[in-house]
Design a protein around this ligand. Structure first.
Ligand code: PGA
Length: 244
């Protein structure tokens, strides 16, 4: 049974109030056969929800604690109150820039799920790891360390994002994407039992209108996590269309 596809945009540290005009055309695509979400900077979550209440808006990170002395951090309850319905955790930029560990990513995903948000857990190998033939071991190791045991297809999405494909214009071959998504599906089965079949596995890394159809129709690719091409509706909307 094919899972309903999800195309999620990750604006990263880009955008302003003026950028929210892009959401109008994205919301106009409607909720056909594909789920759509946009994860803007946290300061734009509430205004994004106010502008397009029907569009799923998400956050890019959360803390695992409900409150406390964590200067600069945001709790799941804060993000939910702002209107977020999902949250990206363990993006490779945070694993690198902020030295986030699998255990921290798992704690964030658990907190997100407990707080009623869908967690998008990101995994992916570096170029050196792929060159060494270790990509499946790295990614399944990240999954074992980061996926909460209680997760379901409703509460968890996995995003496979090869680090070397993010923002570079390079993508793995269709065969490599198929191999990795099959390995992720198998690993999710080991971690979650039958529920592993219900978890959507997104591909991310240089998804563009020109390559979206090819990538989105690989077996076990249940959608895309889109960075640069999510900033403009003119790029993002054709990617959504390619997922139909
Ligand atoms: P990109 O980023 O589409 O700009 O490569 C993807 C991501 O980091 O989620």
């Amino acid at each position: 049974m094919a899972l309903r596809k999800l195309v999620a945009g990750n604006w990263k540290m880009n955008g302003s109030l003026a950028s929210l005009a892009e959401l109008d055309a994205i919301a106009d695509v409607g909720s056909g056969a594909v789920d759509i979400a946009i994860c803007p900077p946290a300061t734009l979550i509430a205004p994004a929800v106010a502008r397009q209440p029907g569009l799923a808006i998400g956050a890019q990170d959360c803390h695992w604690n409900p409150s406390g002395a964590h200067t600069g951090c945001l709790s799941v309850a804060m993000l939910a109150e702002a209107g977020a319905r999902l949250v990206i955790v363990g993006h490779s930029e945070r694993r690198t820039d902020n030295h986030e560990t699998d255990a921290e990513v798992k704690a964030k995903a658990e907190a997100a799920i407990a707080g009623g948000l869908t967690a998008i857990v990101c995994v992916g190998e570096t170029e050196a790891e792929r060159d060494a033939g270790r990509e499946v071991a790295v990614v399944t190791g990240q999954l074992r360390g980061s996926v909460p045991e209680s997760a379901t297809g409703e509460t968890l999405v996995v995003a496979y994002e090869p680090v070397w494909a993010i923002g570079t214009g390079r993508t793995p071959t269709v065969a490599d994407v198929a191999d990795m998504h099959a390995a992720i599906r198998q690993c999710l089965g080991q971690l979650l039992g039958d529920e592993g079949a219900n978890v959507r596995i997104l591909y991310g890394g240089s998804v563009k209108p020109a390559n979206a159809a090819e990538l989105l129709h690989v077996p076990d690719v249940d959608g895309a996590l889109v960075g640069g091409a999510s900033l403009k509706a003119a790029d993002f909307v054709p990617i959504v269309a390619a997922a139909q």
